[in-house]
Design a binder for this molecule. Sequence first.
Ligand code: GLV
Ligand code: MN
Ligand code: MN
Length: 433
Amino acid sequence: MSSAAFDSMWADLDPVGRVGGGGYRRFAWTREDLTLREWFAQEATRRGLDLVEDRVGNQWAWWWDGPGSVDDAVATGRQGVVIGSHLDSVPDGGAFDGPLGVVSSFAAIDELRASGIVPKVPIAVTNFVDEEGARFGIACAGSRVLTGQLPADRALALTDADGRTYADALRNAGRDPDSFGPDAEALARVGCYVELHVEQGRALVDLGEPVAVASDIWPHGRWRFDFPGEANHAGTTRLEDRRDAMLGYAELVLAARAGATRRGCVATVGKVRVTPGGVNAIPSHVTGWLDARGADETQVRALVEDLTTQMGEHSAAATEESWTPTTRFDGDLSHRLRLVLQARGGSDAQLSVPVLGTGAGHDAGILATAGYPTAMLFVRNPTGISHSPAEHAEVDDCHEGVHALAACVADLTTQPASTTQPGSTTQPEKDPA
Ligand code: GLV
Ligand code: MN
Ligand code: MN
C-alpha cells in the first residue's frame, strides 16, 4: 500500500519544474516551489495531518493521535520524531535529491498507519525550504535561519540573479518578512530528525546494498571571488592595454583544481557572472563562486587561503558566503537505526547495512550542528550521479527505502525514551569501510 502511495505521489511531482533535458528547476519561492508547497499541504490534509509553517516557511505535517495536542505531548517530554527532506532543486537537478525523502516520509506514515502502530510520540513530515541555495546562494537557508545559524536580516538581504531580494520573494509568495526568523516554538517540538536521501555516490552500488546509514558530512563552504576589469572593445583594444577581468577568473578555476588535488579536497567553480557579458566586449567584472569541501577542515580552509594570496597579479578577495563545519550524525541514534534495519532480515539473516560518510550538505547536518539528535538514510543510486538529470534510484529501492524508514520510525515512536533529548554529544559509529 505504501508502495502504491509512493508511486502515485512520485507521478504527481514528476512534471513540476521539469525543463528540457529532463532536469528540474525548482528554486525557493518561485512558482514551481509554490506548486510543490501546495502539493505538500494537500498530502498533509489528505492524511489528516496538522500542517504548520514555521517563521522561515519550512513546512511541518504533524501526526499525533495521542491525548492533547502536539504541544501538550512536548510539554510532557514527548518531543516528535521528524522525518522529511526538501523539494527544491539545483539548476537542472535530478528528481530524487530532496523529493525522495519527502515522498518516502509520507509513504512511511501510510505504512505505519496500515500496520496499526500507535505512536507514543508525535511524528512530523517536513519540507525544508531552500535547501540547495540555488536562487539566493546559501544552501540550507531554511534550516540555518530556523536554528539561528544564518541571521534573518542577512538572509532577507540576499539577492537572486535578477536582483530580487529574499524579502521580496517572501512578499511575492504572500509571506511577511517581518516575521521571518529563528523559531524556538517549532524547534521545541523536535526530538530527533531522520532524513532519507538518495545516495550521491556509488558506494551502495559497489556494495550491492539498497540502503545505508550516514555517519558524517565533510566540512564545506561557498566563497565569492570578484575580479575587476575595464570594459572596452574586443577588436580595437591592444592586448597590452587591456584590464580583462576574465583572466583572473580563469586563473582561479585552474588554481582551485590544482590546489584541491594538492590538498586532498574537492573544489568546484560552478557559477560565474560576467559583466557586461558581450562576446565583443572585454569583461569589466567577473564574479565566480567557489564550492570547496574535503575530509579535513584545515585543508579546505588552507585551499581557500591559497587562492586569495597566491595568484599574483590576479589575486582576488574571497567573500565567505557560507561555511559548514564537519558534521557528525548522532552516534546513538544512527547505531539504533542501523540495528533496526539489520534486524529486518530476521534473527537468522541480519541484513547488511553499510555506514557511509558524504561530501554533500543536508538540512540534517544543520540540525545536527544545532544539537538535535539527527541521522540519515541513503538509498542506492545506480548512476552514482547527483545534481544532474542522471541522478536515479530504482523503484524497488525507493520502496525499500520507505519500508526502512517506516521500520526506523516505528522503533523510535514506540520505544521513544532515548531519542528525545536534543543536544546528545555521543560519538558516531565509525565507517567500517
Ligand atoms: C547540497 O546538495 C550540497 O551539498 O550543496
Ligand atoms: Mn543537493
Ligand atoms: Mn538534498
